[in-house]
Write a protein that binds this ligand. Sequence first.
Ligand code: KG4
Ligand code: ZN
Length: 344
Amino acid sequence: TGDRIVLGIESSCDETGAGIVRLGRDGTLELLADEVASSVEQHARYGGVVPEVASRAHLEAMIPTMSRALEKSGMTLDDVDSIAVTAGPGLAGALLVGVSAAKAYAAALDKPLYGVNHLAGHVAADTLEHGPLPSPCVALLVSGGHSQLLLVEDLAGKITEIGSTIDDAAGEAYDKVARVLDLPYPGGPPIDKLAKTGNGCAIAFPRGLTGPRDAKYDFSFSGLKTAVARWVENRERDGLEVPLADVAASFQEAVADVLTGKAIRAVKDLGVDTLVISGGVAANSRLSGLAAERCAAAGITLRVPRPRLCTDNGAMIAAVGAHLVAADAEPSGLNLATDPGLPV
Ligand code: KG4
Ligand code: ZN
């Protein structure tokens, strides 16, 4: 039929993902399967991802996750035409598990192997839900490991970083503030929930790097995290009750305000008309709500994939693989190396 089946493998952090995408002859993408096994519960007691624990979990989950994806898609390994795998950025040992598995499948099936950038994957996730992206567009990538503004010209090649965090990632700030507030890891969902019952204007927490001389598109969240910790400490020292919901809402407001403010500024400065927000933090209700408000007011098209596609998964890697196949890109070959610090 001319359709091509692309298998995507993701293992850069604590999610083992296997996704299967059909690339139509007309270039359309169809999501056939998206199976994810997470080791997040094994990391919860440490308050963050433990690399060795993640690697071992990938090793155990890789083949079962792959089998489930094939089963859900109704495909067999023989139907797979190309294999895409996250080559970086990410945890060194975790990446190795996925890349080794992908090489084994590529060698056994004699199919081309494509090394994929994880960050491109987060952007490509949106094309599985909302179709092709206009070129160029701006992407705000916010997860536990990344906070970046990207100019996306071509998912198969040309993505440029225009800004990034100079310290903590947005999700990392959520996880650290959750610890201050005695909330479980990962901190995003419980803070989001608690914030709904609080007042986001109650406490004026600092908006990092928003002064006139600061880098226009860079972020800083470590000062905000410290400000929240200080504020809570001071209340406790004075023997006052800590209004947890107001603290959560005010922290969340500061994060959403800075992220949407800088993203919209980039969209306007660069003269594009579409903003994509992806990564685990894109699931945040205030971030998506405020972004929707501000984009509507500025005449910007906002695209946010459903939460399931925002967090790490194999389908988004298959989506980049499909874009590479469609663009007739050169496969990486079996000597593909992992690169924990791979730039976008
Ligand atoms: O993309 P992701 O699943 O993994 C990577 O880091 O690559 O993102 C996980 C991060 C965690 O820091 C988590 O606290 C945050 O996303 N997160 C949220 C929400 N859901 C998850 N942050 C804010 N609000 C949420 N609703
Ligand atoms: Zn990610």
